[in-house]
Design a protein around this ligand. Structure first.
Ligand SMILES: [Ca+2]
Length: 539
């Protein structure tokens, strides 16, 4: 009897917990603001002055968004690398759940045919949807023999029919219009793309021959007239034009993933030398200028009050830029440890700000945990529509615009780093499902030899998985992220129950196929982290 009561209580607690993690739950709304999401590529939390007063260079436009809007001081990107974060932002699903890695050079499509995104949700509910910028979820070009290559493969230049339509890009996943580039600016093909076609047939063969070519070091086809220095400005001009010329009763959604400040670090001539700390700083200032151009177009259109503008980054600053900026006296990760690709806060705690004068009380900051996956549920909440069931990891942050907490006292999140290693945040705790010995190596890898050693260790770990003969605390890292902001001290040994609690939450999120409220979904992931989590639930 007592046991049955315990089970009932546990179930009730579970249900209460589940609903407190729930998706959109605000009152029905008919609000349809314009929505603009600007996503920087590889930008640290410390790269704007409003978030980091010590920021070496000025960022007046980003500061305006923060000072007149809201800053989420614990906002996370879903991953510490590009493609997985973009997957999570657009689908509202954790990247690790669907085993999303990096879309490499010439990558074919990563989303399955017909997979819906937040752009589909908005378009189906009366929005004009535009994307200007970097996709990085793969585009499948048709081969000259008429074949469309399989998903998630690198394409062979010589076989591509550049005059045929490609598939799997933004216009196949909810966007009415796309202008931009396929991957990062240092990934082939080096050519502008519009809807389903390249804008110019690429005829220049770029190859790395010990001397980097103008886009970087990856091989591929290029438009001979495209210069990397022009791309960021072109995206700004194009987006401003779309806003100015938008002539419709419908509201618009613009997704604007920038090419900067990712490599190649190519500020335009006008910005060279402006920051005084090198072109890495100049490029960040140019990102701020882009934000200003978008805000100016919105202001001139007279729609400022009723337009939600968000700004964030897909991950932190790259290792190469991190070293240069730190040496120049600019703390791009704002006192946090690490950079892009790592398990540390410098990898995935990103600038996360929102500006919407009619709805957001100016000058707020909130330390509630949020992730970029939450943008999907927030949009659903804004327009008063239910969240599709497959949007498994998205919780609306709309209530925070009015100074309220989100749906829970403790919104837990599970983000990932390179190779999809899980990182579980709950309250003050951060559990990294990875051995400290490899993670520390990552942090100190400033020389090619260290980098090679690290990569070899990482690959070996990916194959072998955790060593269960070791004590549990040698397979994971636990930080008290509130008192130990810089992630200096692994306390996994001292807090076995906390490790166990976080591991149970991770397992539950895997087994339920979701982390927010909703029906249980099939869970298909199979990798050694499940066994690691199971081994940690014994305390
Ligand atoms: Ca990136």
């Amino acid at each position: 009897m007592l046991k049955n009561i315990s089970i009932c209580v546990a179930l009730l607690l579970l249900i209460a917990g589940a609903s407190s993690q729930g998706e959109a739950r605000s009152a029905e709304s008919t609000s349809q603001p314009n929505i603009v999401f600007i996503l920087a590529d590889d930008m640290g939390y410390g790269d704007m002055r409003a978030l980091n007063p010590e920021c070496v260079y000025p960022t007046p436009n980003l500061d305006r968004m923060v000072n007149q809007g809201i800053a989420f001081t614990q906002g996370y990107s879903g991953s510490s690398i590009c493609t997985p974060t973009r997957y999570g932002l657009l689908t509202g699903r954790y990247c690790w759940r669907d085993n999303i890695g990096l879309a490499g050079n010439n990558a074919s499509r990563f989303l399955y045919d017909g997979q819906k995104t937040v752009a589909n949700l908005l378009r189906e509910n009366g929005y004009d949807t535009y994307m200007i910028g970097k996709w990085h979820l793969g585009t499948s070009f048709t081969y000259k023999n008429g074949e469309v290559p399989p998903m998630r493969k690198g394409l062979v230049d010589e076989q591509i029919d550049w005059e045929a339509d490609f598939y799997g890009g933004p216009v196949d996943h909810g966007f009415d219009y796309w202008f931009g580039i396929s991957g990062s600016l240092d990934f082939a093909p080096f050519v502008y793309m519009e809807n389903r076609r390249v804008t110019v047939i690429p005829t220049e063969k770029m190859a790395y021959d010990g001397q980097k070519h103008r886009f970087g070091n990856r091989k591929g086809m290029a438009d001979p007239n495209l210069q990397p220095e022009q791309v960021l400005g072109d995206f700004a001009r194009k987006t401003a034009k779309v806003i100015r010329e938008h002539d419709s009763e419908k509201p618009f959604f613009i997704y604007m993933p920038l090419s900067a400040p990712h490599a190649p670090v190519v500020p335009s001539a006008e910005w060279l030398g402006k920051s005084g700390i090198g072109k890495e700083g100049d490029f960040r200032m140019e990102v701020d200028w882009v934000v200003g151009e978008v805000l100016k177009a919105i202001d001139e259109k007279g729609i400022t009050g009723d337009t939600l503008v968000m700004f964030s980054a897909d991950n932190g600053t790259s290792p190469a830029c991190y070293s240069k900026l730190m040496a120049a006296g600019h703390d791009t990760s704002d006192g946090r440890r690490g950079f892009k690709s790592t398990q540390f806060e410098g990898g995935h705690r990103v600038p996360f700000i929102a500006y919407w004068p009619n709805e957001i009380e100016a000058g707020q900051t909130t330390a509630e945990l949020v992730t970029l996956e939450d943008f999907y549920a927030t949009c659903a909440d804004i327009i008063g529509k239910p969240l599709p069931s497959e949007v498994a990891d998205s919780v609306s942050f709309l209530p925070m615009f009015k100074g309220k907490k989100a749906n829970s006292e403790d919104r837990d999140v599970i983000v990932s780093s390179i190779s999809n290693q899980l990182i579980i945040r709950r309250g003050r705790w951060k559990l990294i499902c990875y051995p400290e010995e490899y993670a520390v190596a990552r942090f100190s890898m400033n020389s090619p030899a260290e980098r090679d050693a690290f990569n070899a260790a990482r690959k070996a770990y990916s194959r072998s998985g955790p060593d269960f003969d070791k004590p549990y605390y040698e397979n994971v890292i636990l930080y008290d992220i509130i008192s130990d902001v810089a992630e200096t001290t692994n306390v996994a040994k001292q807090y076995p129950e906390t490790v166990s609690t976080l591991a149970k939450y991770g397992l539950q999120s895997i087994e339920n196929g979701r982390s927010n409220r909703g029906e249980v979904l099939p869970s298909t992931i199979k990798y050694h982290q499940i066994n690691l989590l199971k081994s940690l639930t014994q305390f």
